[in-house]
Design a protein around this ligand. Structure first.
Ligand code: ASP
Length: 329
């Protein structure tokens, strides 16, 4: 089978699920990025509809609120011709484990082909994937991983700067609670970038240097000579207690403004996974500065990346199923 973009096959990514970036090889990541690149052109053309997922069912199962990720997956699946069901589940901490397995059993009975899951607990998506007969994509689990975010960030960078290898990339802010940071660290270091983390000591996980990154508690020092400045949202919903004295003080020391940005390379690009707290993590005018900010491009790349992931996992699932059928005959 050939892909929509003429690449010979899906050998580049053989896994049944996409649960995280950790453990993926550079070849696997590049395969998904190359496939995504083709979808950027499809999404910019007038006729965006493909029939690769005709007759397939994609379920978006969100235990945590989300606007952009859920919409992005929904659009991606619909553009490939799939039927899409959106399920939002309020997650009470009393229920947990049992309910998750029950949910898996219920969904299995509906025979979906791909399940996209977002969950507030790290590891919950992996647990679900072990109980499901379909392909599972992690749409963000706790502070663990958000693989499609890292892929869309990488695609944005690669399309702007041509490569990831050798770049100096700063990830700034609430590292401790950020699945975006974790997935990005895995991806960017695997592709040969040098990653710096900048955060107040309360939001910097201990021993994170083991992931192959440098750490800084001073924005100007950390940003010096960087090609990319990736800002993170303060994830107050995951904080128990107070990690920063006040949002005003946080902006003063760690918010990105024109003055601090001067420490980075003259044309350094600014990124943010959204949703942004303007005036807390980033100066509002800077976030909208079309010469520096690629935040809107990130959203655009998100749809393309999710189309590539859906296409690949759908292919792998049906290949595995037909091989099983042949073996049973
Ligand atoms: N949208 C990203 C996530 O789901 C980042 C954020 O929420 O701050 O992790």
């Amino acid at each position: 089978m050939t892909s929509a973009h003429g690449t010979s096959a899906y050998e580049g990514y053989r896994h049944r699920h996409l649960l995280g970036i950790e453990g993926l090889t550079a070849t696997e990541i590049l395969f998904l990025l190359d496939l995504s690149d083709g979808y950027v052109a499809v999404n910019r053309s007038e006729d965006k509809k493909k029939d690769l997922l005709d007759g397939r069912t994609v379920i978006n199962l969100f235990f945590e609120s989300s606007t952009r990720t859920r919409t992005s997956f929904e659009l991606a699946a619909k553009r490939l011709g799939a039927d899409v069901i959106n399920m939002s589940v309020a997650w009470s901490s009393i229920k947990k484990g049992e309910t998750l397995i029950d949910t898996a059993m219920t969904l299995n009975a509906m025979h979906p082909d791909v399940l996209v899951v977002r969950h507030p607990d790290s590891g919950a998506v992996q647990l679900l994937s072990e109980k499901m007969n379909c392909a599972v994509i992690n749409g963000g689990d706790g502070s663990h991983e958000h693989p499609t975010q890292a892929l869309l960030d990488a695609l944005t960078i690669r399309r702007r700067l041509g490569t990831i290898e050798g770049l100096q990339i700063a990830i700034c802010g609430d590292i401790a609670h950020s699945r975006v940071a974790r997935s990005n660290i895995h991806l960017l270091t695997t592709l040969g970038a040098r990653v710096r983390l900048i955060a107040p000591p309360t939001l910097m996980p201990s021993s994170i240097e083991r992931m192959g990154v440098e750490t800084f508690t001073d924005m100007r020092k950390g940003l010096a000579g960087c090609d990319i400045v990736m800002m993170l949202r303060l994830q107050t919903e995951r904080m128990q207690g107070s990690y920063v004295p006040s949002t005003r003080e946080y902006f003063h020391f760690f918010g990105l403004d024109h003055e601090k940005l001067q420490a980075a390379k003259p044309n350094a690009l600014i990124m943010h996974p959204g949703p942004m707290n303007r005036g807390v993590e980033i100066d509002s005018a800077l976030a909208d500065d079309i010469h520096r900010s690629v935040i809107r491009e990130q959203v655009e790349m998100g749809v393309a990346v999710r189309m590539a992931c859906l296409e690949t996992l759908n292919h792998n699932l049906h290949l595995a199923r037909s091989q099983q059928e042949q073996a049973a005959q």
